[in-house]
Ligand binder design. Sequence first.
Ligand SMILES: [Zn+2]
Length: 226
Amino acid sequence: MVLLSCMGTEFVDAYSDVLDNAEALVSALRAVDPESVTRDNWESELAEYMDALDRLEACETELYAAIFDETSGKGRIREHLRDKVGEPIKSERLARISGISEYARRVRELRNEEGFVIDSTRTRTELGQNDYFMVEIQDVDIKSRLTAQARFEQLERQPQCEICGRGPDNDGVRYLEVDHVESFVDFGDPEAVNDPSNLRTLCNECHHGKSAADNIANRRRGGADE
Ligand SMILES: [Zn+2]
């Protein structure tokens, strides 16, 4: 994120709304005598508190809209993911930042259309059930590189390492990577590099072993590293 000396008036206004609602929430809580709340009267006793809580949660999206300077939910997800390359992301946070229930669909669109490489618990078991890991953002205009879609489909087809046979559930495997059998520097045809016949799934350990060997071979030929 671009570092700004000040977030601007929209953020100040949104923050002021959050503070007002937080104070209303505290007042509502103080007005309740917890010893008088029963199974029968809790809804009426806590009505003011629950209204205040709803209003406080409702203004959180406005706060994120000001932070990311984005009025659309998808735009706020895009900005947040850009800031989180190399980090895990909680789905609950994405839901609150976007303010939309279909945040998972927006994440898939970014993955399929805009080159966002995003792992889920299927390929990284350390993640929570609906959480994500923001791997990198690829330039979708560079046709010769592995596309996010081709990577995603390869991991669907072959969810275990093709050298050691381990999957993401095995100890020592931190993540699965999609590897080019023939490195794309060897291809004249940039489309062919994403063909399933040229892709294989490797675990992080086997991938590092293989990539290290590739890079030495590339340097000997005077080629660029992958
Ligand atoms: Zn392996």
